[in-house]
Design a protein around this ligand. Structure first.
Ligand SMILES: [Zn+2]
Length: 43
């Protein structure tokens, strides 16, 4: 078993574990910019 990485969605605050380094989207809010703060979104 490979260790899973913990991720935290900066949009909704949801945390989950995934084997992927960078999940495509937050499984909770489905945001593809879950790892970006609002300021970094580029509006
Ligand atoms: Zn989220």
């Amino acid at each position: 078993m490979e260790p899973k990485k913990e991720h935290k969605c900066l949009r909704c605050g949801y945390t989950w574990r995934s084997a992927k380094d960078k999940p495509a989207a937050c499984p909770y809010c489905k945001s593809y910019k879950w790892n970006l703060k609002k300021e970094e979104e580029g509006k």
